[in-house]
Design a protein around this ligand. Structure first.
Ligand code: BTN
Length: 270
């Protein structure tokens, strides 16, 4: 592989790797490959992205030093629903990061829909996209993990692994991530989605707390009850009614151990 790092990550058996020094977006590359008939599981990994993308049309801060990787899964592997894949991916990201011993005294949590927080600050984000508009042919499961740096001046608390004493290269994080993904995939393939759902909800931040959820055209406040079987966030409002939210940004009352609650900003690079 031209320009590849000295040590390539060891991936689970059957998983292939495509490495790039620079690419527009590893998710975009996964979808291009899927459109031209390539199957998975294939990890696409880049040192940097020139057009990294985040949820809800945002850009993703992608300089060298962090992990940018997408797993291409064909529908034969990803034959179940997107919610289940999203749960599986969140658990894999959680385990990959939780395995670093320097983080043993930190509080790790998932934030709906699929951010990973360390002490309340975002350290990783996931973006799942489909190839095939009518009937998805393949999925691109994109992971962005802040390894050595994080963006400054963004409206949410953010952090990176080095800030917490974890000195690693992105390839090592990818190795752990791929291993954790394969292991959760195996559990999922044995049919125990309930176990995955319970594991995911037990790692969710803000459970039982009063949170603010920013929707495209509204802002809601209520008690975070959990996540339903379709991946919707359940929020109990002041009048007792329960709203199920499928897309939005959650703001927790603590807003991260290092900072106060902050407001969302769709122009944010993170
Ligand atoms: C989020 O908004 O939190 C999701 C961010 C996902 C970023 C990753 S980096 C690798 C992959 N390629 C992209 O363009 N985006 C995802």
């Amino acid at each position: 592989m031209p320009g590849a790092p000295d040590k390539l990550p060891a991936l689970p058996s059957g998983h292939r790797l495509a490495y790039y020094r620079s690419i527009d977006s590893t998710n975009a590359e996964a979808l291009r490959r899927a459109a031209s008939g390539e199957g998975g599981p294939l990890w696409i990994w880049a040192d940097r992205q020139t057009a990294g993308r985040g949820r809800r049309g945002r850009a993703w801060f992608s300089p060298p030093g962090n992990l940018y990787a997408s797993l291409l899964l064909s529908t034969t592997t990803a034959s179940r629903n997107l919610t289940e894949i999203s749960i599986l991916a969140g658990l894999a990201a959680f385990d990959a990061v939780a395995g670093f011993s320097a983080l043993r005294d930190c509080q790790l949590a998932l934030k709906w829909p699929n951010d990973l927080l360390v002490n309340g600050a975002k350290i990783a984000g996931l973006l799942i996209e489909c190839e095939g508009s009518v009937r998805p042919q393949a999925l691109a499961i994109g992971f962005g993990v802040n390894v050595n740096q994080h963006p400054d001046g963004v409206p949410q608390p953010v952090t990176d692994l080095s800030r917490h004493g974890v000195e690693v290269v992105p390839g090592e994080v990818l190795e752990r991530l791929a291993g954790a993904f394969a292991s959760w995939l195996e559990t999922w393939e044995r049919g125990s989605i309930d176990a995955l759902h319970n594991a995911w909800v037990s790692r969710l931040s803000g459970l039982g707390e009063t949170v603010t959820v920013r929707l495209a055209d509204d802002t809601l406040t209520g008690r975070l009850l959990g996540v339903d079987g379709n991946g919707g966030l359940t929020l109990q409002q002041a009048d007792g009614s329960v709203r199920v939210i499928m897309a939005g940004d959650v703001f927790l009352p603590s807003g991260g151990r290092d900072g106060a609650e902050r407001e969302p900003n769709d122009a944010s690079p993170f």
